[in-house]
Design a protein around this ligand. Structure first.
Ligand SMILES: *Cc1c(COP(=O)(O)O)cnc(C)c1O
Length: 846
C-alpha cells in the first residue's frame, strides 16, 4: 500500500487541489492500464515526458497522480501530488518505506547478469525466508522505487538491482537504500559514455564497498574480474569472493559441463566438493548462482538445499534462453540488454558448446549508450565473432562495425550480412534457410528491439510470450536518445525498405531496379540506403560520381554500381579493380577509358548515355550511329547498357513521349547494327510512376524511393517519407514590444512576444536567403520563424503556444497531427523537394 501522506512527507511535495483517496494499491505508468486504486506517475526527464497522459489516466479511473507541474486538466475526485522531480520523490518515498520495515536489504550491482543474480538469490533465500523481489524487469531508479509498492513488514529480505548510469549514482543509491548485503557481479570496462573513463566508472562502485564496512554487512565480489578483485584491498567489512576454475575464491565452480539448455558444474566451498547443475547457460550467469549460494550459506541455508533450489529458476526473458526456431534451428535469445563483456562471454559459450557440423549464426544489434567507446567496442566484438560464428548478421549502424571488423579480420564477405532494420534482418535470416544444424544467437541493446527478430524466427508463435519487453512500461513511452549534434535527422528505415518493395512490385520480374543513391541518398545516408535497397529488391545502384561509388565499396557493398555522371580517366584503375560501371557520353571519352583500362590490364564496363531531348549530358541522336561504329574497335571497355534521361517526365508527358520514341528508334537501329545491350533504361521516378512503357529492362528511380513526390504527381499507396529533421528549443524569452530579433534587426516585436531560440542555422542547411524556411513544429503546432537565420541559430515566435527549453522541434516531418513536407518547404524556398533534402548538411547525425 502506498500512503498519500507518506509520499507527501517523504517527497516534500505539495497537494494540488483537494485530496481524495489517501491509499493506493500500486503505481501506474501506462495510462491505458490505469484503474481505480492506482497512483499515476507522470515523468519528466531528459528522456521522457508523460504529463500529457495525465488526463487519459484520470479518465481511465486512477485515484491519484504524482507529477511535476500542474496537471492541466480536471482533477476533481483525484488526489494530486506535485513534486520537484518525480523519480527523486519516489526514491525518497522508497527510503521512507524501507525505513519503516525491519527488512534486510540486499543490493545487486555490476555491469551484467544483475537480474539473474537477484532471481537466484531470491530463489535460494525463499527456501527459508520471506523475500520481496524488487525490480526485476528494469534496473533504473524509477523501477526500483516503484517496486517498493508491495513491500510490507512481513518480509525478511528485499532484493534490489542497482544500475549506475552516471557518476555518483552508487553513492546516492546506497545512502537511500542502506543495504546490508551487496554484490558486484562484474565491471565491464567498456562502460557508458556518461563516465569519463573506466577508472571513473570503477570508482563509482567503491561507494558500495565503502558503505558495507560494518562487521555484519556482507560484500560479494567476483574474483575472476580484475576490477572487482582489486576492490578486495579496500573492503573493510566482511567479504566473500566467487570464481570459476581459478583457485582462491571462497565459493568456486570448476569442471563445467556447458550444454545448450543447462550447465553442469562441481562446487568447492570450505573444503567441501559437490556436483550439481542448473538451467542457465553462459559463464556470466554462473556467477549469479555463486553469489546466491554464498548468501545462502552466510544466512544458514544448507548448501545442498541452496543447490537444489537453483535447479529451478524463474524464466527471465531475453537472457540466453534457448527457444525453438523455425525448421528445427535453435535460437538463443539474449536480447535483453547487450553489453560488451556479456556479448564476449556469450560468444565464448557458443564456441564451447558448438558441435561438428553445426552452423553458428550470430545476430547482433547495436549496443546502447557506449558513446565514444562505441566504435571500438563493436569492432572488438567483430574480431571475436569472426572466430566463432559461421555467419554474422548485424542490425544498425553501430553493429555494422561488427561485420566490418570481421571482414577486416579475414571473414568471407558473404558470411557477413549488414542490415538496418528488423525486417531486413529477418529477410536475411530467411535467406540463410535455417535448419536443425543451426544455432542462432541473437543479441542487442534495448533500443534495437532484437526480440522482434527472435519473434519472427520462432517455430511456435505462442512462444512470443517468452520474449522480453512484451509489456508496456515507462520505456514504451520514452523518447529516443538524442545525438550530440543539436540538430539531427531521424530516418525511418522500415519505411525506406517498404518503399523499395512497393516500387519493386510495380515492376515485372525481368526489369532490374537500379536504386539511385547519389547525393548521400538524397540526404538520407548512402550506405544505409544502398544496403536496404539491395535487401529489398534492387539489383543495381547508381551514384553521381566515382567517389560516392568508392564509399559504398569501402562499406563492403559488392553490388554493381553505375556512375551516372563524369568519371575522370585517372579513376579508371579504381573503377576496373572495384567493378564500377561508368557512363560514356562521347567518343573521345570512350577512347580515353579504353587506353586507361588497357594500362590497368582489365576491362571497364560502361553504359552509353543518349541525349534525346534533355539538352544535358549525352550523345545527340544525329551523332549516335557514327559514334557506335567506332566503339567496336575498343577492346578494353565493355558495353553493358544504353540509357537516356527524361527532362520533364513529371510535368510534360508529350515531350517525354517524344523522347521515348527517339530513344526507341535509336536502340532499334543500334540493335540492327549488331550491338547488344544487357540493360536498356530511361525511367526516373516520374516515368516509373507514369507507365510501364518507360521501363525497358531497367529503371532508375531515386526520389520516390525516399517517399518524395515528383511534381504534379501523387504517390502510389504504401510510399511514405522517411526523413524527420529535428532540433530542440535552447531558450525561451519574453521580449517587450519594439525589440529586435537576430542580425540586422530585420524583425521587431510588435507587442510583448515570446521568442524561442533554436540551435540550427544556414550552416546546417536551413536556408537564409533569398527566401527562408517559414515555419517549424513545436508541441504539434506551427510557429513562424522570425528575424534572419544565423549561421547556427534561428528564432521562432512562440507567443501563442506553451513551450519550454528542451522541447523537441520538427523542421521537416511529422509532429503530432501536423507535418511539414519537403514539398511544402520547396514552395517557401522557390525550389524543388530534391533540393530541400539534399542541402541538409551531411555531417548532421542520421
Ligand atoms: C538523379 C537521376 C535519376 C533519378 O531521378 P529521380 O527523379 O530522383 O527518380 C535517374 N537518372 C539519372 C541520370 C539521374 O541523374
Amino acid at each position: 500500500m502506498i500512503s498519500l501522506y507518506d509520499l507527501l512527507r517523504a517527497s516534500n511535495g505539495q497537494l494540488y487541489g483537494d485530496p481524495a483517496a489517501q491509499l493506493f494499491t500500486d503505481f501506474c505508468l501506462d495510462p491505458q492500464q490505469a484503474r481505480e486504486g492506482l497512483l499515476y506517475v507522470a515523468l519528466r526527464t531528459s528522456q521522457v515526458d508523460t504529463h500529457h497522459y495525465i488526463e487519459e489516466a484520470i479518465q481511465n479511473g486512477v485515484s491519484g497522480v504524482i507529477c511535476v507541474g500542474p496537471p492541466g486538466c480536471d482533477t476533481t475526485g483525484v488526489s494530486v501530488l506535485m513534486v520537484r522531480d518525480t523519480v527523486e520523490a519516489l526514491m525518497s518515498w522508497a527510503q521512507f518505506a524501507l525505513g519503516k520495515m525491519k527488512v534486510r536489504r540486499i543490493v545487486v550491482s555490476g555491469s551484467s547478469a544483475k537480474s539473474l543474480t537477484a532471481a537466484a538469490i531470491t530463489r535460494v533465500l525463499a527456501t527459508r525466508y520471506r523475500v520481496h523481489q524488487g525490480n526485476l524487469d528494469d534496473d533504473g531508479r524509477l523501477s526500483l522505487a516503484l517496486s517498493m509498492a508491495h513491500l510490507s513488514s512481513e518480509y525478511d529480505y528485499v532484493v534490489m538491482k542497482l544500475e549506475i548510469t552516471q557518476p555518483d549514482d552508487m553513492r546516492q543509491m546506497v545512502e537511500t537504500l542502506q543495504p546490508d548485503i551487496g554484490i558486484i557481479t562484474n565491471i565491464d570496462c567498456v562502460h557508458r559514455s556518461s563516465f569519463a573513463s573506466c577508472q571513473q566508472y570503477r570508482e563509482d562502485y567503491y561507494a558500495l564497498v565503502d558503505y558495507l564496512r560494518s562487521p555484519d554487512a556482507l560484500l560479494i565480489l567476483n574474483n575472476d574480474d580484475e576490477a572487482t578483485r582489486e576492490m578486495l584491498t579496500r573492503a573493510k567489512g566482511r567479504v566473500r569472493t566467487i570464481g570459476i576454475d581459478v583457485f582462491g575464491a571462497d565459493m568456486m565452480m570448476y569442471n563445467l559441463k556447458p550444454g545448450l539448455d543447462r550447465t553442469g558444474f562441481d562446487l568447492r566451498y570450505e573444503e567441501r566438493y559437490l556436483g550439481r547443475w542448473s538451467p542457465v547457460v553462459g559463464k556470466q550467469h554462473l556467477y549469479s548462482l555463486l553469489a546466491a549460494l554464498t548468501i545462502g550459506v552466510q544466512v544458514g541455508i544448507p548448501l545442498e538445499d541452496a543447490l537444489k533450489a537453483l535447479t529451478e529458476l524463474p524464466y527471465l526473458p531475453g537472457r540466453m534462453n534457448p527457444l525453438n526456431g523455425r525448421s528445427g534451428a535453435m535460437l538463443i535469445d539474449d536480447t535483453y540488454k547487450a553489453g560488451v563483456a556479456s556479448t564476449m562471454m556469450a560468444l565464448d559459450w557458443l564456441n564451447y558448446v558448438r558441435m561438428d557440423g553445426q552452423r553458428i549464426i550470430f545476430v547482433m544489434g547495436d549496443i546502447d549508450h557506449l558513446g565514444k567507446n562505441s566504435q571500438y567496442a563493436h569492432r572488438s566484438i567483430g574480431l571475436r565473432a569472426a572466430e566463432v560464428a559461421d555467419v554474422i548478421v548485424t542490425q544498425g549502424a553501430q553493429a555494422a562495425l561488427v561485420g566490418r571488423a570481421a571482414i577486416d579480420q579475414g571473414k568471407d564477405i558473404n558470411a557477413v550480412r549488414t542490415t538496418y532494420s528488423v525486417q531486413d534482418a529477418v529477410a536475411v535470416l530467411d535467406d540463410l534457410k535455417l535448419n536443425e544444424n543451426d544455432i542462432v544467437l541473437i543479441k542487442g541493446g534495448e533500443s534495437v528491439r532484437m526480440e522482434e527478430v527472435v519473434r519472427a524466427l520462432l517455430a511456435d508463435p505462442a512462444d512470443a510470450r517468452l520474449l522480453v519487453r512484451q509489456q508496456k512500461t515507462a520505456k514504451s513511452v520514452s523518447l529516443p536518445s538524442r545525438p550530440l549534434h543539436p540538430a539531427w535527422l531521424e530516418i525511418d528505415r522500415e519505411a525506406f525498405a517498404g518503399n523499395v518493395r512497393v516500387i519493386r512490385q510495380l515492376l515485372p520480374p525481368e526489369v532490374t531496379l537500379m536504386a539511385v543513391v547519389k547525393a548521400n541518398a538524397y540526404g538520407h545516408g548512402a550506405i544505409m540506403a544502398a544496403r536496404i535497397a539491395l535487401l529489398n529488391g534492387a539489383g543495381y545502384l547508381a551514384v553521381a560520381n566515382i567517389a560516392e561509388a568508392l564509399t559504398l565499396r569501402d562499406a563492403g557493398i559488392e553490388a554493381p554500381i553505375l556512375v551516372l555522371s563524369y568519371t575522370p580517366a585517372s579513376a579508371v584503375r579504381q573503377a576496373v579493380q572495384q567493378n564500377i560501371t561508368v557512363t560514356v557520353f562521347d567518343l573521345e571519352l570512350a577512347r580515353m577509358y579504353d587506353r586507361a583500362a588497357r594500362d590497368v590490364g582489365g576491362q571497364l564496363k560502361y553504359h552509353v548515355k543518349l541525349d534525346t531531348g534533355m539538352g544535358r549530358l549525352g550523345v545527340l541522336p544525329a551523332d549516335t550511329v557514327a559514334m557506335f561504329r567506332h566503339l567496336h574497335a575498343l577492346k578494353h571497355v565493355a558495353l553493358e547498357g544504353i540509357m537516356t534521361h527524361f527532362s520533364a517526365a513529371d510535368t510534360d508527358p508529350a515531350h517525354t513521349q517524344t523522347q521515348l520514341e527517339t530513344f526507341k528508334n535509336l536502340v532499334r537501329m543500334l540493335r540492327a547494327g549488331g550491338f547488344q545491350f544487357k540493360y536498356v533504361h530511361a525511367a526516373n521516378s516520374a516515368a516509373v510512376l507514369r507507365s510501364p512503357d518507360y521501363f525497358f529492362n531497367m529503371v532508375r528511380p531515386g526520389l520516390v524511393l525516399y517517399g518524395l513526390t515528383p511534381e504534379t504527381m501523387t504517390l502510389p499507396a504504401g510510399l511514405r517519407p522517411l526523413l524527420t529533421w529535428k532540433t530542440t528549443v535552447l531558450q525561451v524569452k519574453l521580449l517587450p514590444a519594439g525589440h529586435p530579433v537576430g542580425y540586422g534587426n530585420t524583425y521587431i516585436t510588435r507587442g510583448p512576444e515570446r521568442i524561442a531560440i533554436l540551435p540550427v542555422g544556414y550552416a546546417d542547411g536551413l536556408r537564409r536567403a533569398p527566401a527562408t524556411w517559414r515555419e517549424v513544429l513545436i508541441n504539434g503546432q506551427r510557429v513562424p520563424l522570425v528575424g534572419r537565420v544565423s549561421m547556427e541559430k534561428c528564432a521562432v515566435n512562440v507567443t501563442d503556444i506553451d513551450v519550454s527549453a528542451g522541447d523537441e522541434v520538427v523542421l521537416l516531418g511529422k509532429q503530432g497531427s501536423d507535418e511539414i513536407t519537403p514539398e511544402e518547404v520547396a514552395g517557401w524556398l522557390g525550389t524543388s523537394n530534391y533540393e530541400v533534402v539534399t542541402t541538409i548538411m551531411p555531417y548532421l547525425a542520421r
